[in-house]
Design a protein around this ligand. Structure first.
Ligand code: MG
Length: 414
């Protein structure tokens, strides 16, 4: 095999097709997604972080994202939405993975344009790989290497054991490297090695191993300590990035109008709901115009939670143009917003809410509202406060045309 000097461009293949079994088991039954590559980090699924690192490297010309075969159509839509929000300036393709990692790589490589001289293969479960690492791997390819893996010297002494656990040998530590991704390859020899693996039934755990078996020299360049693989439940703590370690405060505000006594508009009449505040039905109160159940207090609370998660607002998540949200109990919005807060590594510790209404009188209901909201947020009763006030006859609440609510939620990392 001749060397391939002056490789100056590459496509990246990001593998997000694994099941993440250990994490899936830990997350089963919790609010989290069951596949680790979908765990949210910085407001996007884990695989997106790798995509962003590649996009910062000029020599990277395109991305292939490999997803589980049973989920590829949905993930194509998710990627399209992520691109809308955060255009990376790179062409992208999505494809279905296979049963084993090496199958997913092979299927991903089939999406790389044939004329591209090189490819970077990366595991979505390594979200901390930096653009500098990508450049280091590419630099080694540019200097003529056909196969490059980032690696770290090991600090533990490594033993090779047999099936019974008996030590067979202790390799000299100075010559051991723990390898990472992204791994870089000249495309033709990698395609050839995958074809051979397929034909001859090889089982490998990474592409560097595949190239090694195919007889290609694999160069190890310096990896990054922080480029860890999210594998076990304890690793999830790593996803609370340093800049997020401070408490967060979310603020929410919402208004709903009352149905006027003389209202004749059929559309408004159809949207008039009995008043419910903080999940508590309020008797002998004006009816509230709403698409959902019109719980102004839970809407303000939802927006406060979404503020903590940096996840936009309630109108984005639950549009009032969506028939599915008609008459929706607002607790559903709170539960989803809370899931997002947790997915980004935070937990609410306190909520302070105020309803502003000239009518009805709400003092008698405040304690029940607070208790219900504490239950929704899974907080002790003493951690939620609900206040009620008027605007002294001023403004639209003073004229009894509607009511408003504000909510402030404090959340801690962890
Ligand atoms: Mg509302």
């Amino acid at each position: 095999m001749t060397s391939a000097p002056h490789i100056t461009e590459a496509w990246a293949v990001i593998l997000a097709a694994g099941g993440g079994t250990r994490l899936a088991q830990a997350l089963a039954g919790t609010c989290g997604p069951a596949r680790k590559q979908y765990i949210e980090f910085d407001g996007a699924p884990l695989f997106w972080r790798g995509a962003c690192a590649f996009a910062r490297v000029q020599a990277v010309r395109g991305l292939v994202l490999v997803f589980p075969a049973d989920d590829v159509e949905r993930m194509a839509r998710v990627v399209a939405e992520l691109y809308d929000r955060d255009p990376l300036g790179l062409p992208w393709r999505v494809c279905a993975g296979g049963a084993r990692r090496q199958d997913s790589v092979r299927l991903g490589l089939a999406q790389v344009p044939g004329e591209c001289p090189a490819v970077l293969v990366h595991d979505a479960a390594r979200p901390f790989a930096t653009a500098a690492l990508v450049r280091r791997v590419l630099a080694a390819l540019a200097e003529g290497a056909l196969a490059v893996a980032p690696g770290l010297a090991v600090t533990d002494t490594i033993k090779r054991v047999d099936a019974t656990g008996s030590v067979l040998e202790t390799p000299e530590r100075a010559f051991l490297r723990a390898v990472q991704t992204p791994q870089g390859f000249a495309l033709p020899p990698l395609l050839a090695a995958h074809a051979r693996a397929q034909a001859e039934g090889w089982e490998v755990t990474d592409d560097a191993g595949l190239m090694e078996r195919a007889g290609t020299r694999v160069l190890v360049v310096a990896g990054e300590e922080a480029n860890v693989k999210i594998t076990n439940p304890a690793d999830l703590a790593l996803l609370a990035p340093a800049h997020c370690a401070a408490p967060r405060t979310g603020w929410g505000y919402d208004v709903h109008r009352y149905l006027a006594d003389d209202e004749e508009d059929a559309k408004l009449l159809a949207k008039a709901r009995p008043m419910i505040l903080g999940g508590v039905p309020i008797p002998r109160a004006p009816r509230v115009i709403a698409h959902s159940d019109g719980d102004v207090l839970l809407h303000a609370l939802t927006d406060a939670l979404l503020g903590i998660a940096c996840a936009g607002d309630i109108g984005q998540l639950f549009p009032d143009t969506d028939a599915a949200n008609e008459n929706m109990p607002s607790a559903v919005f709170v539960v989803e917003a809370l899931r997002r807060v947790r997915a980004c590594g935070y937990r609410p510790v306190h909520a302070d809410l105020t309803v502003v209404a000239q009518t009805p009188k709400l003092a008698a209901h405040k304690a029940r509202m607070a208790a219900h909201i504490a239950q929704l947020l899974e907080l002790p009763a003493g951690s939620v406060n609900v206040k009620a006030t008027t605007e002294e006859g001023l403004g639209f609440t003073g004229r009894k045309m509607g009511l408003k609510a504000v909510a402030v939620v404090t959340a801690m990392p962890g």
